[in-house]
Design a protein. Structure first.
Length: 531
């Protein structure tokens, strides 16, 4: 196979004006396989290719594997200081006691890691014993040195009637340390929603309980969605109710307001027609919501709205009845994949448009930005983007790998790449700045210099997408992008011989006003063409 260099960079240059590319950026190593493990003398990292979270202190939390010698492998949860090396091990899987549980119960395999701006953690963990292996799941939260078991399977939550049997939904938290999560009874769907401190969650709703604001015979039904939480303590989630008929509703509880439905199926929308279902809910730190619904009787989520609880104002952003701006041929939306909203009220929407007038499967997905009452297309499948070679373009790859929005109006998105030199399934991490526009951060196949004289080819990219960050720009929520524009990225590198290696890195999305000197020589030099 032939090597083709696509990009080069030099250390010590000042960022130029747009367009930007990966070569214009400063990358900081957090951890790399082979680095010494804090708190475990004689061991080194051996697999850090899981999604990491970053807060506004530029502190990072991540799960990593480590070893004192193969084939033995241990798993830990780690914290790292701002732009530095890992500083502490928070959890040693199968060794760290589960807080508040019997002495023979241990935490194992942490996942869905959240890190707020007070360095409080919230995450899911398996519960194991030496004798029996896995015995359940738990949600763990609190400061790294003082964790609590917020919920665990096999017990009934306070004030509830159903036993927690499934905790795969959430958790999320805000900067006050309030944790919210959905829990399942029997089956795989959530049957209740909870919020509260790390040790005392309170029940918000449960299947079979009365739905407030509705007749006494109306109860919450099996279909309950995962919650989002804001820094002011507001919590929102979709849930279905059953009385004389079945209704879908979007629910919110605020510190000054009890749980209530802010919208329900059959209710008139600002866009005409009526609401049907609710999903893709996001919130900012004042409790303002962005969400998707399906109207006009469509089976798909085809419209987007915002709701401001301070004024009870509902605003329509995207309608299936109105052509989208900058869409070829003026296409209408057919499916909404994701929404994010920040404190300025900027909303990012990922959507599919209908295939007509030259739109095909290869260019029918795009991202729009709603700001100050106007809707603007940011990127679209099939369009060129700085940092990709001629003939290559972005490719949407699913709702599990999507964009994260910050308070600067910047966002980062993990999408696919399509083109003549692209292998099926290749991905790239793209960024957007409101002034600079979209550009490529890094892509599979690039050679990434982890140290002088040590360049490795990227075979996989991991970034906190929608499944790892259930709200948009809410402070404290698990995220791959913070409000200073730092993104935390996990990269896996292929080797010509021997095992793959991996590392976790930070990169800052610059603004045009930022003169950024390239002082850290992590260099992206080119990529190998796929045969």
């Amino acid at each position: 196979m032939q090597m083709q260099l696509r990009r080069t960079a030099a250390i010590g240059l000042i960022l130029a004006a747009a367009p930007l590319a990966a070569a214009d950026l400063t990358w900081h190593k957090i951890v790399l396989d082979g680095d010494a493990v804090p708190g475990a003398p004689g061991t080194v990292f051996h697999g850090v290719n899981s999604v990491a979270a970053i807060n506004n202190l530029n502190h990072v939390a991540f799960k990593g594997a480590y070893t004192s010698g193969l084939p033995s492998i241990d798993i830990g949860l780690f914290m790292a200081d701002a732009l530095g090396q890992p500083t502490s091990m928070v959890i040693h899987s199968d060794v760290t006691p589960a807080p508040g549980q019997p002495p023979n119960v241990f935490l194992s395999s942490p996942s869905d890691i959240n890190l707020n701006d007070q360095d409080n953690l919230a995450f899911r963990s398996l519960l194991v014993t030496t004798a029996s292996g896995q015995i359940g799941q738990a949600i763990i939260s609190g400061p790294a040195g003082s964790l609590s078991t917020t919920a665990r399977t096999g017990v009934t939550g306070p004030g509830a009637s159903l036993v927690w049997s499934n905790l795969v939904f959430g958790p999320v938290q805000n900067n006050s340390g309030t944790v919210a999560f959905a829990a399942g009874g029997s089956g795989t769907s959530p049957t209740s929603v909870w919020s509260g401190s790390s040790s005392t969650p309170a029940l918000l709703c449960e299947v079979g309980l009365h739905a407030p604001g509705f007749p006494s015979n109306t109860q919450f039904r099996q279909t309950i969605g995962t919650p989002v939480i804001s820094d002011d303590g507001s919590i929102a989630f979709p849930a279905q109710i059953q009385g004389t008929s079945t209704l879908n509703a979007l629910w919110q509880q605020r510190p000054s307001d009890p749980l209530h439905a802010v919208a329900q199926s059959g209710q008139a929308t600002p866009l005409g027609s009526t609401f049907s279902t609710f999903s893709r809910v996001s919130t900012n730190n004042t409790g303002k919501l962005a969400f998707a619904s399906n109207i006009n009787g469509s089976a798909n989520l085809n419209s987007v709205f915002t709701y401001d609880p301070a004024t009870a104002q509902m605003t329509g952003i995207i309608s299936p009845n109105a052509p989208l701006p900058d869409a070829p041929g003026g296409q209408l939306t057919t499916r909404i994949h994701h929404t994010s909203i920040n404190n300025a009220g900027t909303v990012i929407v990922e959507a599919t448009v209908d295939a007509s007038n030259g739109v095909t499967f290869d260019n029918d997905d795009a991202i729009w930005r709603y700001d100050g009452g106007s809707l603007t297309k940011i990127v679209q499948e099939g369009a060129p983007i700085p940092g990709l070679p001629a003939g290559d373009s972005m490719k949407w790859i699913g709702t599990g790998k999507t964009s994260q929005l910050n308070e600067r109006g910047q966002f980062v998105m993990l999408w696919g790449v399509q083109g003549p030199d692209v292998a099926n399934g290749d991905t790239a991490l793209f960024a957007y700045d409101p002034v600079t526009g979209p550009f490529t951060l890094v892509r599979e196949g690039d050679f990434f210099q982890v140290a002088p004289g040590d360049s490795r080819q990227i075979s996989r990219i991991d970034f906190a997408g929608i499944s790892n960050a259930l709200t948009g720009a809410t402070g404290g929520t698990a995220r791959g992008l913070n409000d200073q524009g730092y993104a935390v990225v996990s990269l896996t590198f292929s080797a010509p011989s021997g095992p793959d290696t991996s590392g976790i890195f930070l990169v800052q999305i610059p603004t045009p006003a930022t003169a950024l000197t390239l002082t850290f020589g992590l260099l992206i030099t080119g990529r190998r063409r796929h045969a």
